[in-house]
Design a protein around this ligand. Structure first.
Ligand SMILES: *Cc1c(COP(=O)(O)O)cnc(C)c1O
Length: 366
């Protein structure tokens, strides 16, 4: 069996690497939670212990991101993909329209689901350049009567990231932060709703973190046919316990939040993430052998996408990297090339190892 020391450097886009101290704590307590005598996997979600886990995780999220008191923190099932439907079902009047900023594959999917509910207007799209950039504020065609504006702060597949929060006036702002949640400071108050599937940056798969403003919740579309489980208000009234929540995923997310707080919170992790990304992009830019997919001013700190001179070399790179313990570097087919996902928990020495591998590969194959 593999031991902790035999772990590869995991560059996968998601599910992705988790902090080692989190895995070790979960492993230590897996069979019998101290003071409880049973596994977190076995206990009632209505019991005192799990209730404590849920409350502490929420409290730590509030502390970490400075979530204002008039926002709810929810732990929901269905992945970020279900949020593509829940957002319009709850907030898009059936005769209304919402604005979507399209910066890659994930925002395209969000648009597809919203169109099933009502009108969608594309505020901007970077499709013509295969999503290698983020539109500037001045390019956004915003409708002052839109039900909301939706954007994706980081496009996981293409590797572009917003460096600003779109200014939308009085129109509510919704953000899919699945792949960069808690990777840098976040101004919650600028948003009406933020969601993130946990499995990229803040935990395992199975739970989605939703942060939603109370005032906006009250303005939900009153649709009596909306299934109960798709209704944010029901989840909020029942503190994410309308039905059995994804207990284990929430527990692990709670450990990840404690880990983030222990390393200096969002400013702390942001400094580390900037250092890791700068090191990797510097290598990409060093000779021109490697070519970054995204434009420099919108490069993602989380998903670093780059090409090699040919597809043959890309296949060779991925294969040899894997053999060298650098796993999961093959890019998504829509971009091609390589993608190094270097989320919060990805270690700095893994980036150093990749940079060294890139230099050696270029020497041998340049
Ligand atoms: C992965 C991802 C999703 C989809 O998440 P699921 O939990 O698999 O539904 C949505 N948006 C972004 C930005 C993602 O990276």
């Amino acid at each position: 069996m593999a031991t902790a020391t035999a772990r590869v450097f995991n560059f996968a886009a998601g599910p992705a690497v988790l902090p080692l101290p989190v895995l070790e704590e979960a492993q230590r307590d897996l069979v019998s939670m101290p003071g409880v005598g049973m596994s977190i996997l076995e206990m009632s979600h209505r019991g005192k212990f799990f209730e404590g886990v849920l409350q502490q995780t929420e409290a730590d999220i509030r502390k970490l991101a400075g979530v204002p008191d008039d926002y709810k923190v929810l732990f929901l099932p269905g992945g970020a993909s279900l949020q593509f439907s829940m957002v319009p079902l709850n907030f898009l009047p059936r005769d209304g329209s919402a604005d979507y900023i399209v910066t890659g594959a994930w925002s395209q999917k969000a648009v597809k689901e919203a169109k099933k509910v009502a009108g969608v207007s594309i505020a901007a799209t970077a499709e013509s350049t295969n999503f290698n950039r983020v539109p500037a504020q001045a390019e956004l065609k915003l409708n002052p009567n839109a039900a909301y504006v939706s954007f994706t702060s980081n496009e996981t597949i293409h590797g572009v990231e917003f460096k600003y929060v779109p200014e939308t006036g009085h129109v509510p702002l919704v953000c899919d932060t699945s792949s960069d949640m808690f990777s840098r400071p976040l101004d919650v108050a600028k948003h009406s709703l933020i969601y993130a599937g946990a499995q990229k940056n803040i935990g395992p798969s199975g739970v989605v973190l939703v942060i939603v403003k109370d005032e906006w919740l009250k303005k939900r579309v009153d649709d009596p046919r909306l299934p109960t489980m798709l209704n944010y208000a029901i989840h909020a009234e029942n503190t994410s316990m309308y039905n059995t929540p994804p207990c284990f995923a929430i527990y692990i997310m709670g450990l990840v939040m404690k880990w983030l707080l222990s390393i200096g919170g969002l400013p702390g992790i942001h400094a580390i993430n900037e250092r890791k990304a700068a090191r990797l992009y510097a290598e990409i830019d060093r000779t021109g052998y490697y070519k970054g997919h995204s434009q420099k001013d919108c490069r993602s700190l989380m998903n670093v996408t780059f090409r090699l001179p040919s597809e043959e070399l890309e296949a060779k790179f991925a294969k040899e990297a894997k053999a060298a313990g650098l796993d999961g570097l093959k890019g998504h087919r829509s971009v091609g090339g390589m993608r190094a996902s270097i989320y919060n928990a990805f270690p700095e020495d893994g980036v150093a190892a990749l940079v060294q591998f890139m230099q050696e590969f270029e020497k041998k194959n340049g």
